[in-house]
Design a protein around this ligand. Structure first.
Ligand code: SF4
Ligand code: SF4
Length: 312
């Protein structure tokens, strides 16, 4: 807490209470610590982590994937119908490179204020966690699992971007946790991945919140995947599992206004000290009932049947 920047609230940086739509600013996960107010805390987070061999190996692996040069963009551009582009994209699901894919328009209000991009589309990639590892959160074991899946996300984004460049279309991979270019969650919501949970993370029917995101920016003319409603938002209004499980009580029972939108939003100022001390915490995404293997799809079916009954 000694490293907390004086008189600064992460919630303010995040735009909590702002009624106007505006571009987001980075509050944490900056690629360079000295570029953000919470830079010293972020640096402490990295330096304070246990010197575990597996964790360090995975960190190195992620860095090396991110630094791998992409192939040159082929001069001749492949032309396909939008639905054919999506069929080709599904090869990455078939090969087990990722577990979920969607495509949406890139929205400038979800591009970080310091970043400029000319791309029009975003491909979203879902990378599933091993739930048995994640449920140990907030242990080092869960922190290692998170880093392992960030490696897979980085690798998946690189593979998709490399494929597009070989097809003659410019493409840029984006992976967490140091994203720095775009917000991935709102784009994934638009692409039909699922809904925003009370814990501020995305919930999909297939994996709950037990997954990571990767993305690829491109102009290749994919068919856009459709936004989906599974009743998750309403479910969250009546569930308190993550609220009760969060040690610093950072998850609140009501939505907040954030940069012009009323939505679930975690109290950054309460979350981050605990998060920084526990290898990235992750309790809230692990305890969410939707994250338990096999539960989310059944819940979604049940909620769809209920909605149909009510509509009739
Ligand atoms: S634990 Fe409950 S309230 Fe929290 S995100 Fe999951 S479903 Fe929503
Ligand atoms: S990451 Fe941990 S501290 Fe932060 S909101 Fe989730 S449970 Fe709470």
């Amino acid at each position: 807490m000694k490293l907390w920047p004086p008189n600064i609230s992460g919630n303010e940086i995040n735009g909590v209470g702002d009624t106007e739509v505006r571009k987001p600013d980075i509050v944490w996960w900056a690629t360079e610590n000295d570029k953000i107010s919470f830079g010293e805390m972020q640096e402490w987070f990295y330096k304070n982590e246990p010197n575990d061999e597996n964790l360090m190996k995975l960190r190195d692996e992620r860095r090396s994937i991110i630094n791998t040069p992409l192939p040159e963009i082929k001069e001749e551009q492949s032309e396909k119908k939008p639905c054919e582009w999506n069929d080709c994209l599904n090869q990455f699901l078939d090969k087990g490179v990722c577990e979920k894919i969607g495509v949406t328009k890139l929205r400038q209000e979800w591009v970080y204020s310091h970043h400029r991009t000319k791309f029009k589309n975003v491909i979203l990639l879902g990378i599933a966690h091993d739930f048995d590892e994640l449920i140990t959160a907030p242990t080092l074991q869960a922190g290692i699992e998170v880093t392992r899946q960030y490696c897979r996300a980085a690798s998946a984004a690189n593979e998709v971007a490399a494929w597009l460049r070989k097809e003659g279309w410019d493409a840029e991979p984006v992976t967490g946790p140091m994203v720095g270019k775009i917000l991935m969650i709102p784009h994934a919501l638009e692409a039909g991945f699922g809904e925003l949970g009370k814990h501020g993370s995305l919930i999909t029917p297939e994996f709950g919140s037990a997954f990571r995101l990767g993305a690829v920016l491109t102009d290749a003319p994919f068919e856009l995947t459709q936004k989906a409603n599974h009743g998750i938002d309403e479910f969250c209004s009546n569930c308190r599992v993550c609220e009760n499980a969060c040690p610093p009580i950072a998850i609140k029972p009501e939505k907040k206004m954030v940069r012009g939108e009323t939505k679930w939003s975690v109290d950054f100022d309460k979350c981050i000290p605990f998060f920084a001390e526990t290898s990235g915490c992750a309790i809230c995404i692990a305890v969410c009932p939707w994250s338990r293997p096999g539960v989310g799809l059944k819940l979604a079916e049940k909620l769809a049947r209920r909605a149909e009954r009510l509509a009739n």
